[in-house]
Design a protein around this ligand. Structure first.
Ligand code: DC
Length: 653
């Protein structure tokens, strides 16, 4: 499983140019294909969903030409789809599946429409029922009411009234409206039930108007597509930035100080999701808006929880669920039943994953109530599953302002925002981390702990984790060379580090992990790649605000490669052996200098010659040789280097 580990973030500011809107992109592509004349589509979103639509159109015989830099030329077919028989695979793209179903059912032809397994769980019966009222011939190839579908040529009834349910997905109405001009006669669509996600219908009507078809409407109840309505290319059309994608960055500004500005949507947008900015303002965020941009900053007094009917911003409302973690008081999101039939059951998924962070959540049939942690209480570091749902991945990135976290399958953002995590990194500032690596007994433990104390930072003694793993394996009777067995122990360790003490399964082991036997065991288990992998996130979970000093062998190379300061702290084997010898004598333990030196050299060799994460000085690490240096002087040197690095960092972010 691919993953991305996010450290705790401490600030957000900057500007993001948004990718094109998914909803507008796929509507524009279909209408350009059905229109008379050629259309040049600029700023098209490059994503899985648009790729599925482009592939489908090409398969249907539409000329699709990539012009570069997000521009495409679409040769319109003037309502006559060239290929009359085809099988189309539409992935999990609802914005391709629903409108194509409607258009192809009315265009006449022999088509099979399929998707991924989740697409086959997403209802489409209401749209099929509406199309059948017009005479379409549609067969369910799997479960009744769900894709895959088979469409056959049929005599389409001319005109009249069609009823469609509007309370499951607004995409049924969208699909129907966009396809109706293919019939050439006046048809009125009546919506049954309360229409959800109304702003998406606004996008549909506005896009149809750009292609020359004006729909007459009576409120949200009746929509009439006039006789002889025909799509005509507008020549060149620009796709707006994605307002749902904007929501993550606006939330970042509201949580992380800001200002964070998004470019590509603004006051003049046709997308209802720009009203997410109002919801954020209701939580207290400071919002500024221009025709083509929106900016968000944190309020002086902090964000406040809200109760909101989210019907008007169904997708962007998900972002409120994780923004709520940083508000005072609970947030309740109402009227979100449609979340249950999206890329995943988003209400259930959101509740489950928020729970992993230690957040109190109440899940209702059509609402979610989120109670943020008490002021000062930290969120738990956790591994978040994303359910092949781009919005789950993007929403949970915000939680990084409360805890380090691991997000599984971050690539799922490709559905609408392929480089989301790069843009996220551009505008966020992680808590600083100082990586101090070096050989055993070099004094790095003492130096690291003191540097951490001086800066008020957290301290990670990563060697202690390997030591605890060795001890836990020994207790469980698992051989230190049994990679799978020890990795399993490492993955399920119940270990707590508290000021000066180490608890394993609730029992103090601070001294037990420092024996020579366990030192050898730690060095052995540390050479196993599976053990290192199992301990990776555990170490990164220490990367919290206000900052961290991590000490070990691979802090700079593997665990915290983006550390703002990397120190390689070392001393000659002779000096280190003498230090250890004195330590043992002082503790009243027997000691033999020659034996200690031999053992230390053997451990050095094992740590530096192993194939995974061997001990060595990184190219970007500064070397600190402590042979002739007191602990105080070493600590001061690291603090001086950090002050310099922090100065540079302040300039660069
Ligand atoms: O720093 P220490 O002596 O407590 O480390 C114990 C063992 O764990 C040592 O043999 C090296 C290994 N180790 C490692 O491989 N990677 C780390 N980041 C820290 C320790």
């Amino acid at each position: 499983m691919e993953f991305i580990d996010l450290p705790q973030m401490i600030a957000a500011r900057g500007t993001v140019r948004l990718p094109g809107s998914k909803s507008i992109s796929n509507r524009v592509l279909l209408l350009a294909a059905l229109a008379e004349g050629e259309t040049e589509v600029r700023d098209l979103l490059a994503s899985d969903d648009t790729a599925r639509m482009l592939e489908a159109l090409a398969r249907l015989g539409i000329t699709v030409t990539e012009l570069g830099a997000g521009a495409w030329r679409i040769g319109g077919c003037a309502g006559r789809i060239p290929v009359k028989q085809a099988e189309l695979f539409l992935g999990n793209a609802g914005t391709a599946f629903r409108p194509l179903t409607a258009a192809l059912a009315l265009a006449g032809g022999d088509y099979v429409l399929k998707g991924v397994a989740r697409m086959h769980e997403r209802p489409i019966g209401d749209l099929v029922d509406a199309l059948c009222q017009l005479g379409a011939d549609i067969t369910y190839l799997g479960n009744t009411g769900y894709p895959p579908l088979q469409l056959k040529p049929a005599a389409i009834r001319s005109g009249g009234l069609v009823r469609v349910r509007g309370d499951v997905s607004s995409q049924f109405l969208t699909g129907l409206l966009m396809a109706l001009p293919l019939t050439g006669v006046e048809t009125t669509v009546e919506v049954v039930g309360e229409l959800i996600s109304k702003p998406y219908i606004e996008i549909t009507l506005a896009t149809m108007a750009r292609f020359g078809v004006q729909v007459e409407r009576q409120g949200w109840q009746r929509f009439t597509v006039p006789a002889a309505a025909q799509y005509v290319s507008p020549g060149v059309i620009y796709v707006e930035g994605d307002a749902s994608s904007a929501s993550y960055f606006l939330a970042l500004g509201a949580i992380g100080g800001g200002p964070v500005r998004v470019e590509g949507v603004g006051r003049d947008s046709i997308q209802g999701d720009v009203r997410f900015a109002e919801a954020l303002a209701q939580m207290g965020a400071v919002i500024a808006m221009g025709p083509n941009w929106i900016e968000a900053s944190a309020p002086a007094g902090g964000l406040q929880g809200i109760r909101l009917d989210c019907n008007h911003i169904p997708d962007a409302a998900m972002t409120l669920a994780t923004t709520a973690l940083f508000a005072q008081g609970e947030t309740r999101l109402d009227n979100i039943a449609s979340w249950r039939v999206k890329e995943t059951d988003r209400i259930a998924a959101m509740a489950k994953e928020l729970g992993k962070l230690g957040v109190q959540v109440e899940e209702g049939a059509d609402y979610l109530r989120i109670v943020p942690p008490a002021p000062g209480a930290a969120l738990s570091a956790a591994t978040i599953d994303t359910y092949d749902d781009h919005r789950m991945a993007m929403c949970f990135s915000l939680a990084a302002f409360g805890t380090p976290l691991r997000i599984n399958d971050p690539g799922c953002t490709a559905k609408t925002f392929p480089d989301y995590f790069e843009r996220f990194a551009d505008v966020t500032e992680p808590a600083p981390v100082i990586a101090i690596d070096g050989p055993t007994a070099s004094g790095k433990g003492t130096v690291s702990a003191r540097v951490a104390a001086a800066l008020g930072f957290h301290y990670l003694d990563s060697g202690a984790l390997y030591r605890v793993t060795a001890l836990a394996a020994q207790k469980a009777g698992i051989d230190w060379d049994d990679a799978a067995g020890v990795a399993q122990v490492a993955a399920t360790l119940d270990v707590v580090f508290r000021a000066g003490s180490v608890l394993l399964d609730g029992e103090e082991v601070g001294e037990a992990i420092r024996t020579e036997t366990i030192s050898t065991g730690a060095s052995r288990v540390a050479a196993l790649p599976a053990v290192r992998a199992a301990l990776l996130f555990r170490q990164r979970a220490f990367h919290r605000a206000p900052g961290l000093v991590g000490d070990g062998r691979d802090m700079g190379a593997v665990v915290f490669p983006k550390a703002c300061l990397k120190v390689f702290l070392t001393a000659s084997a002779q000096v280190r052996a003498e230090r250890r010898y004195k330590q043992l004598l002082a503790a009243g333990q027997p000691a033999d200098l020659a034996l200690i030196l031999a053992d230390l050299e053997a451990r050095d060799a094992r740590d530096s010659q192993r194939s995974v994460a061997p001990l060595r000085q990184e190219a970007d690490a500064v070397r600190l040789d402590t042979d002739a240096l007191s602990i105080e002087a070493a600590v001061q040197q690291v603090l001086d280097w950090y002050a310099e690095a922090a100065k540079k960092r302040a300039i660069s972010v």
